[in-house]
Design a protein around this ligand. Structure first.
Ligand SMILES: [Zn+2]
Length: 213
């Protein structure tokens, strides 16, 4: 009986350790391929969607990465508080370079950051857009607000290319308004992707392709 209890305990420990995030090292980064990096993000997003994230020993991870970092991917994403890359991809400290700016557009500073990430050995760069993006919404509405005006100016060419407009007419509730793009959407619109990458789908928050509001 005692032997069976010990065996069960051992099995439970094995299951627990399998779900514990491992810290990226120079060796694991070097051996990873771009396809494997993409698969790792897809798997992480699947865990997020299933509400079954890995366990993270944060103090241990902080200590393990104190002398160096070896992320396997860089993610350029919006600053939107509802789309934190490390959470929606179920990744830990030291796994991702994260560049975040409203509307996930780039200027020289952001490009420089991504170039550093590439030089540091990442296998993949992801541009992560999302639905109901306030920055895209602002660009459509020609919002002008301090330095934000120039940022929205970087999004407007994609809005124009995607022929976004209100449909069919504005309802009484602003939150119920939907903006869709004439088909087909421009593939160059980074904040309004034409297709829904399965690894970035977040439950019901992802709406039909080309919908930005
Ligand atoms: Zn956004």
């Amino acid at each position: 009986m005692r032997h069976r209890a010990a065996l069960l305990s051992l099995l439970l420990c094995a299951v627990a350790s399998a779900a514990t995030a491992q810290v990226m090292t120079a060796d694991s980064q070097g051996k990873m391929t771009p396809v494997q990096a993409l698969d790792q993000l897809r798997d992480g997003n699947a865990r997020f969607l299933a509400n079954k994230p890995r366990t993270h020993d944060w103090p241990k991870t902080v200590a393990a990465t104190s002398s160096g970092q070896f992320p396997f991917a860089a993610v350029l994403s919006c600053m939107d508080s509802r789309v934190p890359p490390e959470i929606v991809f179920d990744q830990g400290i030291g796994d991702l370079f994260s560049v975040r700016v409203a509307g996930n557009v780039v200027d020289e500073d952001d490009l420089g950051s991504l170039e550093y990430a590439a030089k540091s050995g990442v296998k993949l760069i992801v541009v992560l857009g999302h639905t109901r993006c306030g920055a895209v919404h602002g660009a459509i509405d020609n919002v002008e607000l301090g330095n934000l005006t120039a940022l929205l100016g970087k999004i407007k060419p994609s809005v124009v290319a995607a022929h976004c407009s209100d449909t069919p007419a504005r309802s009484a509730s602003p939150r119920s308004r939907r903006r869709t793009c004439a088909s087909p959407c421009a593939t160059s619109a980074p904040a309004a992707p034409t297709s829904r990458p399965p690894w970035t789908q977040a439950r019901s928050s992802w709406s039909a392709p080309c919908t930005t509001w």
